[in-house]
Design a protein around this ligand. Structure first.
Ligand SMILES: *Cc1c(COP(=O)(O)O)cnc(C)c1O
Length: 412
């Protein structure tokens, strides 16, 4: 997270321009202090019940970040067998990893069973095949789509009727039939209605549906409410009121447990909430290009490194860290990819010169993990700022990385 101190920008106590000098740009920088604060906020809000936080590692999967969350006491939410393997490599115990894939093969799920992680199934066909194969020997969690509508971009909302995620709540009867016939042990229920739910009410409505559903499954150990915490991207933006959510959900969950007859665990699996604000993406201005329409600031990056603005129309706040306190002017910030890759139109930045460094805030989640080699560009380096020190945690790619898996054939 950027901090302006005496007219200089810092991340976790380290001057930003020094990081750029040492590690070059484009560069992702993550601040463990912010991650810890976010994690503690959540724990605090839900301290009245038995809560487990599973970090959704698709948001940011550097192994050092995974280890950091393991150390804080978090578990891990994974959506692919590769993420499961990463999590195990980072040191998570299998029982602290939940595997929540969508539209994967039974073969992949079998691999996850072998690793001993918590399986979460999100369609009836696989549930049936899973039950046929394992019966009650391996417990499963079932992902329900409660069809509560979350806010945010349609691409990141998963609760709507056209969504491919989860088993519709309207298919509950069918699920029950399969569970009974195959003698499946359902130890958890799960919902994840999408990212950027602003509204505490949406969560609570989802929760009510989960409580009603739970009555049909006597062997539950936990209910997983997924994620959907909204973080503030713009300076005056709202974020989910975690304290209010904590109070109200704690109350309703307690009441549910009384009715259910047993204390269950309540799980969350946030990605963005834990790491978004902790990350800053730094890019250098290659060129300033005046056109008839605007003044473009062209940086040494593009949709290959930070695709959220183009993919989700996401807003990332930008700061010219090279000219604190400079005169404010209007710019359109774009990338160097041969494709329209606009980071933001009509942004107010302190006067920009070629060679300046632009910081993109809230870049910790779905930044690096969605990066690519498009245009044969190298992916950036990653740096972790931890207790006032900074560490290179991923080196910048080289030509060897671009060619790594290519096989040159003799006949061409
Ligand atoms: C992506 C994802 C999350 C994390 O969502 P955020 O908006 O980053 O908090 C949690 N659970 C599942 C199943 C996901 O696919």
């Amino acid at each position: 997270m950027l901090q302006l101190i005496n007219d200089r920008y810092f991340i976790g106590g380290v001057p930003v321009l020094e990081l750029c000098k040492q590690y070059d740009t484009p560069l992702y920088v993550y601040d463990t202090g912010v991650m810890l604060k976010q994690y503690e906020n959540l724990c605090q809000a839900f301290s009245g019940i038995n809560t487990r936080i599973k970090f959704a590692c698709k948001a940011l999967n550097n192994i050092n970040v995974l280890r950091f969350f393991k150390k804080t006491g978090a578990g891990l939410d994974t959506v692919s067998i590769q993420e499961v393997w990463l999590g195990l490599k980072a040191g998570f115990a299998p029982q602290d990893i939940i595997y929540t894939p969508n539209c994967v093969s039974l073969e992949e799920i079998e691999l996850a069973v072998k690793e001993g992680v918590q399986i979460n199934i999100d369609n009836i066909s696989i549930l049936e095949q899973f039950g046929h194969k394992y019966g009650s020997s391996i417990p499963v969690c079932i992902r329900i789509n409660p069809h509560v509508m979350a806010g945010g971009n349609i691409n990141i909302s998963t609760g709507h009727i056209d969504s491919k995620f989860g088993i519709s709540i309207y298919q509950l009867r069918h699920v029950e039939r399969i569970v009974k016939s195959e003698n499946i042990r359902v130890n958890g229920l799960h919902m994840h209605t999408g990212s950027d739910i602003l509204d505490v009410e949406v969560f609570l409505r989802g929760a009510e549906i989960m409580y009603e559903t739970a009555a049909h499954f006597p062997d539950l150990e936990f209910i997983d409410f997924g994620s959907g915490f909204k973080v503030a991207y713009k300076p005056d933006d709202y974020s989910t009121d975690v304290t209010e959510l904590g109070q109200r959900l704690t109350e309703s969950f307690r009441e549910f447990c009384r009715g259910y007859g047993r204390e269950l665990e309540l799980w969350f699996e946030p990605g963005k909430y834990l790491v978004s604000a902790a990350g800053t993406f730094l890019a250098k201005v290659n060129v300033i290009k005046q056109t008839t329409a605007t003044v473009f600031v062209g940086v040494d990056s593009g949709l290959n490194h930070l695709i959220r603005p183009m993919f989700y129309n996401a807003y990332h706040h930008m700061v010219n860290v090279s000219n604190p306190g400079g005169k404010q002017r209007i710019y359109t910030v774009v990338g160097y990819i041969c494709e329209t890759d606009t980071f933001g139109w009509d942004r107010k930045l302190s006067e920009v010169s070629e060679g300046d460094v632009i910081a993109f805030q809230n870049a910790g989640a779905y930044g690096f993990t969605m990066s690519s080699n498009y245009n044969s560009r190298f992916r950036p380096a990653e740096v972790l700022v931890h207790n006032g020190n900074h560490y290179l945690i991923r080196r910048r790619e080289t030509m060897d990385d671009l060619l790594r898996n290519q096989i040159e054939i003799a006949d061409i």
